[in-house]
Design a protein around this ligand. Sequence first.
Ligand SMILES: Nc1nc2c(c(=O)[nH]1)N[C@H]1C(S)=C(S)[C@@H](COP(=O)(O)OP(=O)(O)OC[C@H]3O[C@@H](n4cnc5c(N)ncnc54)[C@H](O)[C@@H]3O)O[C@H]1N2
Ligand code: MOO
Length: 401
Amino acid sequence: MMITVDEHRARILAAVAVTPVETVALADAAGRVLADDVVSRWPVPLFDNSGMDGYAVRAADAAEGAVLRVIADVPAGSSLDPTIGVGEAARIMTGAPVPSDADAVIPLEHTDLGTTITTEPPSRITVTTAPAHGAHIRRTGGDSPAGAVAVAAGTVLGPWQLSSIASAGYTEIPVHRAPRVAVISTGSELIDPAGTPRRGEIPESNSVLLAAAAAAAGADLVTVTTVADDEAALSSLLDGIDADAVILSGGASVGAFDVVKAVLDRTGSIEFGPVRMQPGKPQGFGADEAGRLFFCLPGNPVSVAVSFETFVRPALLAMAGRTVIDRPRVHRTAATSWRCPPGRAQFLPVLLDETTVRPATAGGSGSHLVTSLAVAQALAVIPADTEQVVEGDIVEVMVLS
Ligand SMILES: Nc1nc2c(c(=O)[nH]1)N[C@H]1C(S)=C(S)[C@@H](COP(=O)(O)OP(=O)(O)OC[C@H]3O[C@@H](n4cnc5c(N)ncnc54)[C@H](O)[C@@H]3O)O[C@H]1N2
Ligand code: MOO
């Protein structure tokens, strides 16, 4: 029985378990999902510090025209806390701790000496613009207090979040482990792309696509390999794989040599059956007794690309602890008309501009049209009950980058 794309996807997502937590260095944490709240070890900023290169003063002494004696120099990193008496100032650099006696910073530009800077501070300055009370002092905890959640559990860590975590006082953090993924292309017709194909042979491209796509989705690739249409060879290869997910391509349909189906059908919960989509109709999915998830994708290259986007990528992201698992979708006006397969949702490689969408190649959504992948920017997603897209129709598009 044909099931819908949504039904197959729901079955997959129901089987996904989030990976265990491991502690990693910040340098290795980009793209991972934070497993616990990161609580700041201190207030941010840590101490009252200057927001400008200038002079720390008592605001009451620093009226326009006042002459102040410069009695200290406080560069960033200095632990000095010079006493500032009446009529006195300390030269201070951006980020340096503001002396306890000061209640304002005058930027260099607001003094008679301007931004001309010397190694030694000047002995005196004349104020040309009076500072407001508290001017240019970045207060202790003004960004967040000690003990505040700097980055919440569940956050996908990018460069900005990692910098916040470092500021909160950590070099290592708990994150969900990257899903360990094996990619296996099956087919006796497959040869190394650099080889010379004999009649019937073709260059193997699916493992290249799947490995790059899985890595881009944050997976850790444990195996990327090709195996002939040989049940014993595939079985022994699978026996040796320690992975959270195994992505196979080819041999999923009804052909005489469809070894993936022959080896895996009804192993654990793995089931094969057609899904109402084009390309990508023959699909197999399930878990074996060891808990490994098997994605058995049809061998045609465009079917592999579409199946990965529709089923595998969301599953890998969910495994890694992500909650946003889908590509963004936009709507565009069809710039031309095209036919759709009856009774199957169509996933068509397309080109986009600001307002319109058109098929990436003249060939439409044929699952063997591998060159359409090279130019496609997105996949148009046309519902199963649509027989034809007519120029001017509004079309839903899954954006790939
Ligand atoms: N009688 C039927 N025949 C087919 C049906 C069907 O329902 N009844 N479904 C068709 C559909 S739809 C698809 S899709 C394919 C899927 O077949 P398989 O998953 O068994 O895939 P293969 O036959 O192994 O390969 C299909 C095609 O793709 C090429 N291929 C395979 N692996 C690679 C690779 N790693 N790199 C590059 N190209 C690859 C392979 O040479 C074939 O041309 O079945 C239809 N048939
Ligand atoms: O479903 Mo197949 O992937 O159309 O060629």
